[in-house]
Write a protein that binds this ligand. Structure first.
Ligand code: ASP
Length: 317
């Protein structure tokens, strides 16, 4: 049997994660270990304001993390949602998968598990993230921390200010961001990992697609793996990641499957600047990225390449 060449695929912000995980894959490590390590490197990076430590806070100024991991060999999965005070969300997700009978733990329950398992508590708010949170209030004429009508405040904060801002948001949003990693190891196993601090300035407890298996993350050794970035509310409503994998199962090519998964979103009343991106990887090591907005890239590296490369995503408008 042909031995697969290991490969990692990631969203645009995954370069450091790929660099950390590739040696592990080259040494015969598992896809599951690779995606966990890669996500963790990005979670620990304070410069990435969309994931882990330094992630953008919710409307109250609290950082809440979502993450999920899936093993393509067994279809086992673990996830955490709306976790505060623990930075290694992907590791916690894996521990949910491996050390509990559950798939998804949220908020207080996930934090309780983290404490029981000896995970290190951590203040996830950086000065920079809090400064941006404060500025967002001030530029909209609100008082930071104003909570009289939290629903209205969260709506105002997440809306673009004007047309220019809307265009900017569509091209390079300042309130979204997530990291995706898909890996194929030398044993032919696939794994997928997703980690995020979710939508900046969100209503407390808001959970996006990233920790929802089927929506933002799906992986099956037989057909392929897929993961999403973008407006999670969209991917949740049409099960974007699982749809792509299901289209592969139905016999579509990778290109057709990715386009069809994005075409499913066209039925939704997506608002201005609400976009979706997918990365996908097949058991044969074929990969692709898909997007609903122009100019988006994704990253990949196979074990025979010296460094990660970026490639354009196929666009469905
Ligand atoms: N999908 C993430 C969420 O909705 C955010 C993102 O990918 O930009 O929480």
């Amino acid at each position: 049997m042909r031995v697969p060449v290991p490969v990692i695929v990631a969203s645009e912000n995954g370069r450091r994660g790929i660099l950390a995980a590739m040696p592990l894959l080259r040494a015969g490590g598992s896809a599951l270990d690779a995606v966990e390590l890669a996500c963790r490197v990005v979670e620990e990076d304070p410069e990435d304001h969309s994931v882990g430590y330094g992630g953008l806070p919710n409307v109250l100024g609290e950082v809440e993390l979502d993450a999920s991991i899936m093993d393509g060999a067994t279809l086992r999965a673990g996830a955490v949602a709306a976790v505060q005070g623990y930075g290694r969300a992907i590791t916690l997700a894996r521990r949910v998968m491996e050390e509990t009978p559950h798939v998804l733990l949220a908020a207080r329950g996930a934090e309780r598990l983290a404490a029981e398992l000896g995970e290190q508590p951590q203040d996830l708010r950086t000065e920079e993230a809090l400064r941006r949170w404060r500025e967002r209030f001030l530029e909209r004429g609100l008082t930071p921390g104003a909570t009289e009508n939290l629903r209205a405040v969260a709506r105002i904060l997440t809306q673009p200010l004007n047309l220019q801002d809307k265009l900017y948001q569509a091209a390079r949003p300042d309130t979204l961001g997530t990291v995706n990693f898909l890996a194929l190891d030398a044993q032919g196993n696939l794994a997928s990992g997703v980690s995020t601090s979710g939508l900046g300035w969100k209503y407390p407890g808001r959970v996006g697609d990233s920790p929802l298996i089927g929506a933002g993350n799906y992986c099956d050794n037989r057909y392929g793996a897929a993961a999403c970035t973008g407006m999670g509310e969209l991917a949740i409503r049409v099960s974007t990641a699982r749809s792509l994998v299901l289209y592969l199962k139905c016999g579509m090519s990778l290109l057709e499957a990715g386009r069809e998964a994005l075409r499913d979103l066209l039925a939704l009343d997506a608002g201005e600047g609400q976009y979706m991106n997918i990365v996908a990887l097949t058991p044969a090591g074929e990969h692709a990225g898909f997007t609903t907005v122009p100019g988006k890239q994704y990253l990949f590296q196979s074990a025979d390449m010296d460094e990660p490369q970026s490639a354009p995503r196929w666009m469905v408008a």
